[in-house]
Ligand binder design. Structure first.
Ligand code: MD3
Ligand code: FE
Length: 199
């Protein structure tokens, strides 16, 4: 069922519709305790993606910099990662460790995420697992160094993507979402969950 694209493993439609609804219900409880926030880059620019997290760590950004933090900006610990999400990690990660962060990214119709690398984690030998829910997102995959050719891929609701091995340090981003392509979120938009080992 997996398709390889530039060293990433793509599992289209990994989650059944009922599993997606269960995960969404679990996420509603998470964001009720740890509300989505608009991170600000160190240069002071608000990001278009809104973020929260579950697990021991969340990823936060403000004028002081970006980092993994053990508390939400409001000062509270992050909620536990729901079992419905941990089950995906166990099934596809191939890792002996438990994820320490489930970063939650919410994209509304105008949101995007520029090409970047994920390198705030201590062990690049551990994979990152991404789960997409809601509207389609146009994912772009680049190279380990800046520049060069890129390849694009639509990520749809229920898709799972595993980034491991040499692909772990590739640049990647979301160019845009396609509003109205999913009925999962009543008000539309796209949720992306990334499971990470941080320490
Ligand atoms: C490749 N999120 O949160 S998920 C991020 O859809 C992030 O919200 C995007 O990039 C999103 O950092 C893309 C796919 C993804 C996630 C993490 C990766 C690809 C990755 C880490 C390393 C390499
Ligand atoms: Fe990333």
């Amino acid at each position: 069922q997996a398709q390889e694209i530039r060293g990433f493993l793509h599992y289209p439609g990994w989650l059944l519709p009922g599993e997606q609804r269960q995960m969404l219900a679990d996420l509603r409880a998470v964001v009720a305790a740890a509300p989505l926030v608009t991170p600000v880059t160190p240069s002071g620019r608000p990001m278009s993606v809104r973020m929260s997290a579950a697990g021991r760590f969340g990823w936060v950004s403000d004028r002081r910099g970006y980092r993994y933090a053990e508390t939400h900006p409001q000062g509270t610990p992050w909620p536990a990662i729901p079992d419905s999400i941990l089950a995906v990690w166990r099934a596809v990660s191939g890792s002996a460790r438990q994820p320490e962060c489930c970063l939650i990214n919410f994209y509304d119709a105008g949101a995007r995420m520029g090409l970047h690398q994920d390198r705030d984690e201590a062990d690049f030998g551990e994979p990152v697992v991404s789960i997409s829910l809601g509207d389609d997102g146009l994912f772009r995959i680049g190279n380990e160094s800046r520049g060069g050719a890129t390849q694009s891929l639509w990520l749809r609701s229920g898709d799972v993507l595993v980034m491991g091995g040499p692909a772990r340090l590739r640049h990647h981003g979301i160019d845009r979402i396609a509003p109205g392509t999913s009925m999962l979120l009543p008000k539309g938009g796209r949720l992306n969950l990334t499971l990470r080992v941080v320490t």
